[in-house]
Ligand binder design. Sequence first.
Ligand code: COA
Length: 340
Amino acid sequence: MTNPGLEGVVVAETSISDVDGERGRLVIAGVDVEQLAAATAFEGAARQVLAAGGAPGADSLTAAAFGVARTAAWQLVPRLGDALDQPDGMDALRTALAHLRPGAGPVSVATDTADAIAAIGAAPVFVAAWSRRRAGQPPVAPDPTVRALDAYLVTVIDHAMSASTFTARVIASTASDLISAVVGAVGALKGPLHGGAPGPVLDMLDAIGAPERAELWLAGELAADRRIMGMGHRVYRVRDPRAAVLEAAVRPLASPRLELARAVERAAAEILRVKKPDRVLAANVEFYTAVLLDAVGLPRDQFSATFAVSRIAGWAAHVIEQRRTGRLIRPASHYVGALP
Ligand code: COA
């Protein structure tokens, strides 16, 4: 018996986050996602997930520590060669992160923690530098008043054993360094079945254009055997709780797309209920990610890389936690090829 999607296979004990797919509840570092997003800025949430993963001293990490990491990354930007010239932001981020030098010597909780801070500080610097360069514009200072973006970064910071998190844990289990683990995880996040969906969600909203066109357009997609982006989830059997958090965060931004998005979500949920009656397919995190990131002014080709800017903290926490088992992750395969 093979299980190619590894559904239901428990590969780790974790204190970082928990997904209840039946009830639509997400707990991160002991706090409900709704509460965490309302009360915490991104770096505070990063501290909490690192502490939950077992990084020593993470609770008392200062904003200055992340600031030092951002400055170091900024100084590295001119030495990234053509890494930032790539058309895809995830390719640029993966290549740029690979320029970070892991802590010297054998991996330890100390090298992991230092690598984690370096990577968390570097990701937004690299993504912003890529985005401005792509637009042919000079870099700009961050705007701390964009609260909705902070709510987004906190909401997606960790999500149990997602494909990219598992990737990071597999790499960590070989006793490789944390930077290698997050570089691999960026590759896993890039795919449209994982973190690559929000750009296509916005394309879908643009293609539909008006609420009354939603039903027909969605029916056409399903007839052509294409999936509706931003709908469905491997674990949730109800609406993804992060969709509600992000939908609420968009409201004060007066996005011209919000009403259309709500209408399209309703139409998509209804048509999927009829066409796929065996499985609840409701909005996932990517649906309102698209609307929110568009409303704060980010270009759609930067959406997945912005997701990575947040999730890198979760990956780092999982790497640190994974070290505790010390066990190489090495599953089996069933040979069906020719025999000699
Ligand atoms: N649109 C249309 N049909 C969908 C669907 C979607 N978004 N998501 C799942 N389905 C269908 C599948 O085609 C399958 O139908 P079948 O049984 O008739 O073949 C059935 O629902 C079960 O799907 P399965 O492939 O087993 O689900 P999964 O657990 O592997 O899929 C996702 C999870 C997220 C990959 C899937 O829902 C998807 O592709 N969603 C769109 C991409 C997206 O939004 N990704 C971001 C995830 S956070």
